[in-house]
Ligand binder design. Sequence first.
Ligand SMILES: *Cc1c(COP(=O)(O)O)cnc(C)c1O
Length: 346
Amino acid sequence: MIDLRSDTVTQPTVAMRDAMARARLGDDVYGEDPTVAALEERAAQLMGVEAALFMPSGTMGNQVAIACHTRPGHEVVVEAGSHVLNVEMSTMARFSGVLPRVIAGQGGVFTADQLEAVIHPDVYYLAPTKLVCMESSHNAAGGRIWPPDGMLQVAERARARGIAVHLDGARILNVQVATGIPVRQLVHGLDSVMFCLSKGLGCPVGSLLCGSRDFIREARAVRKALGGGMRQAGVLAAAGLYALDHNIERLAEDHENASILARGLSEIPGASVWPQETNIVVLEISGRLGAPELCRRLARNGVLASPAAAGTHPRRIRFVTHLDVSRDAVLRTVDLIARELRPSAV
Ligand SMILES: *Cc1c(COP(=O)(O)O)cnc(C)c1O
């Protein structure tokens, strides 16, 4: 099977499993797991911040950040296609009691002026705007990169109005590799950043929430309150350390494979492809065949892709490249789709 549904489907390599098996462990709720501590230290250095906290999932990382930056009744500015708004089970409403204030961005991106327009003035009869969330690369927009200058401008405007800034950087290391800009520079001046180990970095589990020492102290308590205190989690953190050592630079291969996929698909009659910047390719098909049917046909031929992951659009399919997808697999996928979309095949 060629599994292009998501970069979360990767299997840990033998070398990663070895690192996991050899990890020194302790009870992390007691602060005694040396491998978790090493990973948190390492992540903080990578992001250029004071501290980091190991999280069981990216969703929990984002939602703990929101809980720490806000109080019930506050507003959180988010983009219409963002992960925190659409695929995190309304958690900001459930657990933090906050209201998302939604900006319709372009390609997942909004401007400082668009932010300014939705910030409430400081009057007692309007809910305080306390947090803005950005997402880069943007999942639902097809792996789009938030232009670093634009991100900086949004963050500066937010700070000028006393608003905290959180980055959903599930795939921010893909952005580092695609732009060549060190991640610590990309996230400079933000209040918190979440990034995932469980995506392109190839770990079975885990994300990191990064920020100031005070922020992370509070986040640690909120994580525990949500049931996210983990015991001998070093067995998972060891995979993370391995990934930070070995799997960052290789993301360039995933981007190259995505680019080959995007170019190949765009040459098929009846197919168009969204701008491809990182490891996600979104295909739109015209003609009689819909996305669910094309995905079923691909699956019968050994290729898995997501018909609905780019939204519920009936003609859109998302493909994500990762370390278990080879160049050859991508070329075979293009050939197969070209065959399925030939007018006579439909
Ligand atoms: C995957 C992802 C997350 C976190 O997802 P989990 O499955 O909870 O780890 C958050 N934001 C974005 C943009 C993602 O792609």
